[in-house]
Design a protein around this ligand. Structure first.
Ligand code: TXA
Ligand code: MG
Length: 322
């Protein structure tokens, strides 16, 4: 059930989480499907509801930097605390950092790995929920595994059967958080996002290695790097392409380019060609167009810079043949 994010409903959702139930809540990136990160059986409910492979680890959300040491083992390496400090300017915000895992955490959380991804979200409802629940919250995106992430409460309600979906309006970033691992030297970018690799490298004062998710063996470090991911049911074609079915395709453009084929429907992600605005609208547009009315959704490529890198990463994966 979708509920407005009143303080009463946030308290109710926090109580459900503490009882081992699942709750969906807004973050600035996408809506999450939350469970008590300290409760193994609650975590298993996430995997079951999403149909997620148990090897794909979850991100743990905490309310502040001083709570990170409850889930991550920062003692093992003095550089970790130093590097975390350097990245702290991006928090609260759309950044997840992979760290050594506290042994006491349920193993299910990390798909058997000895690491844990941690993030402090900036959405006021997510922060209020974390404060009210007083527990770390494990939360993947609230979509069936492999499908497009939700950026509104209605998207969640349409895809998953959850007792409570806290409504926090449309997500401002609209693309999942950047994931960087501090467990490797040099640090590894495991998923591009709103915080760019250039920003991370500058803050850390060292090169951050970008994994080529399609060809690099290190991509196995993070199952979210799998080629086929984030796909609508309708085939998604990344433009330019020669495979467009004439007449029955939807055309999605970043700045209003006219398609060179006959499209049934047209959607513009940002009239001013602003990539941040386009990122905000991308998943909602794909959700809307994935309604069975089109033989293909053809999406124009955008510049591969800044948040454009994250957008192109999601689009390339969505366009991979199943
Ligand atoms: O923006 C976000 O990060 C959203 C909101 C809800 O916070 N969450 C999200 O979670 O996108 P999920 O589960 O859909 O994606 C988590 C990504 C996956 O690519 C996963 O493989 C990677 O993070 N990941 C999580 N823990 C990891 C770990 N210990 N080592 C390597 N990769 C990890
Ligand atoms: Mg996801």
């Amino acid at each position: 059930m979708i509920l407005p994010s009143t303080s009463e409903n946030i308290t109710k959702a926090a109580a459900l989480l503490r009882e081992g139930k699942l709750v969906s809540f807004p973050t600035e990136t996408v809506y999450g499907l939350g469970a008590n990160a300290l409760d193994a059986s609650a975590i298993e409910k996430i995997y079951a509801l999403k149909g997620r492979p148990s090897s794909n680890p979850l991100i743990v959300h905490v309310e502040s930097i001083d709570r990170i040491s409850n889930v991550a083992d920062l003692e093992s390496n003095p550089f970790l605390i130093e590097n975390l400090k350097k990245l702290s300017k991006f928090w609260p915000g759309p950044l997840s950092v992979v760290l050594p895992r506290k042994k006491e955490l349920p193993a299910q959380l990390s798909g058997g790995r000895d690491t844990v991804a941690v993030r402090i979200p900036s959405h006021p409802v997510a922060l209020a929920l974390l404060k009210a629940a007083k527990i770390p919250i494990a939360a993947p995106s609230a979509n069936p595994s492999g499908y497009i992430s939700p950026t509104t409460a209605e998207h969640v309600e349409g895809m998953l059967n959850v007792e409570i979906v806290l409504d926090g309006g449309p997500c401002k970033v609209g693309i999942e958080s950047t994931v960087v691992s501090l467990c490797s030297t040099p640090p590894l970018l495991l998923r591009p996002g709103f915080i760019t690799v250039e920003q991370l490298s500058e803050a850390l004062g060292t090169e951050v290695k970008i994994i080529d998710s399609i060809n690099d063996s290190e991509a196995l470090l993070s199952p979210g790097m799998l080629k086929h991911h984030y796909s609508p049911k309708t085939p998604l074609i990344l433009w330019p392409s020669t495979k467009v079915p004439e007449g029955d395709a939807a055309w999605v453009t970043f700045s209003g380019t006219t398609p060179s084929f006959k499209a049934k429907t047209l959607r513009v992600l940002s009239l001013s060609g602003n990539l941040e605005e386009a990122g905000q609208n991308l998943f909602a547009t794909l959700h809307e167009l994935d309604n069975g009315a089109y033989k293909a959704i053809v999406v124009e490529s955008c510049p591969d810079t800044g948040i454009g890198k994250a957008i192109m990463d999601r689009l390339r994966r969505a366009a991979e043949n199943k």
